[in-house]
Design a protein around this ligand. Structure first.
Ligand SMILES: [Zn+2]
Length: 367
């Protein structure tokens, strides 16, 4: 047997063995102060404007809540513990929700209240009251149209959007991002070359490709006035009510721009101004902030300085499972993915075991 494949087999066996370790064992051998969970939405309906994320139905989400409620803590518990003011039981669970979608209020809130489970809702301040549409919403609607159009129509639209030969001054998105998104999207794009190319081209754009995405939507959905036909994000009044009921409101940015693109000054301006808006809305003394997508690669020293200058922002949230990081950073496991069998049982133990089996959960290279 060649050397490499033996190595590969051993590695795979190790990964499998680590993944098989039950949560109670991990809790003992590699305890965490807090296990953050991040969801985006929960719904029993097919949401045409949310094709880029998985989500659980009510029963599945309620099973998660029931499973974790005994260990659930609130934001203040975690913040006070991280500041070393109070102690908290190891392996506590913190529920969080990103993007401020309307289901947070109408579906998630009643379930959390029924079980007295605290949570943080991270909102994008410009998206409240649907004042601005998240570009991923428009992207999802475009995908829904691409699913239904015939090849000739797809070809015409592609020709209108992507001039041939491609104009070098015209910005184009990332091919890799497009491929990754298409792989994960809940969309049935016809297998034809032209349908696939159109979907891939569109999915390669981010917030700064708004112009292209809007133009595509005009061509794909000309009979629809503008954007989605239903409310997508929470209203300001709903956010205020969540805060009045004891939930914590955090900022997820003004829009959903990846913050890696910003220099230190712009980064600080964006974090602080969106957190100030949330402070005004919620009446909270302190406001947590969760990075759109991820805070990976953003200098922790720069972030520490921002927090020192703006003490009302106390903890930052990221999405790298159980990764060890700076004291002010709380990582979270994405819990959106429903159980593979589609049933109503919780898959949190599996998600936690998988997160704990990653080297980053218990290993930190010495600097
Ligand atoms: Zn987000």
């Amino acid at each position: 047997m060649p050397h490499e494949s033996l190595e590969h087999l051993v590695k795979r066996a190790v990964v499998e063995a680590l993944r098989g370790i039950p949560v109670p064992v991990w809790e003992r051998i590699a305890p965490k102060d807090v296990i953050g969970l991040v969801y985006h939405t929960v719904s029993d309906d097919d949401l045409p404007h949310l094709k880029l994320y998985d989500y659980k139905n009510r029963a599945q989400f309620e099973s998660d809540v029931v499973h974790a409620r005994g260990n659930a803590v609130g934001y203040d518990d975690v913040a006070n513990h991280r500041h070393r003011w109070t102690r908290m039981p190891a392996n506590s669970v913190l529920f969080t929700f990103d993007d401020g979608l309307t289901e947070c209020f109408h579906v998630i809130r009643p379930i959390l209240r029924r079980h007295s489970v605290p949570a943080i809702f991270f909102v994008n301040t410009n998206f409240l009251d649907d004042r601005e549409t998240f570009f991923e919403t428009t992207l999802s609607l475009c995908l829904g149209r691409i699913e239904t159009i015939d090849e000739k129509r797809a070809e015409d639209i592609l020709a209108a959007l992507v001039p041939n030969p491609v104009d070098p001054t015209r910005p184009t998105g990332s091919a890799e991002l497009g491929r990754n998104r298409l792989r994960d999207a809940r969309a049935r794009i016809p297998p034809s070359h032209v349908h696939q190319r159109l979907a891939l081209w569109l999915l390669g754009f981010e917030e700064d490709g708004r112009g292209e995405i809007d133009q595509a939507w005009k061509l794909l959905g000309p009979d629809v006035a503008a954007g989605p036909s239903r409310r997508t994000c929470m209203t300001t009044a709903e956010v205020k009510q969540l805060a009045a009921e004891g939930f914590v409101i955090g900022s997820h940015g003004e829009t959903h721009l990846p913050m890696q693109r910003l220099d230190a000054r712009a980064l600080e301006e964006r974090i602080v101004s969106s957190c100030e808006t949330v402070r005004g809305l919620s009446g909270q003394k302190r406001v947590p902030f969760a990075f759109p997508y991820t805070g990976l690669g953003i200098d922790r020293g720069i972030l520490a300085d921002i927090l020192r200058r703006n003490p009302f922002i106390d903890l930052l949230f990221d999405t790298q499972d159980l990764t060890r990081d700076a004291e002010f950073m709380v990582h979270r496991i994405c819990a959106d993915r429903p159980p593979v069998d589609g049933g109503g049982a919780t898959n949190l133990p599996l998600l936690m075991r998988t997160a704990w089996s990653r080297r980053s959960a218990w290993y930190r290279a010495r600097k």
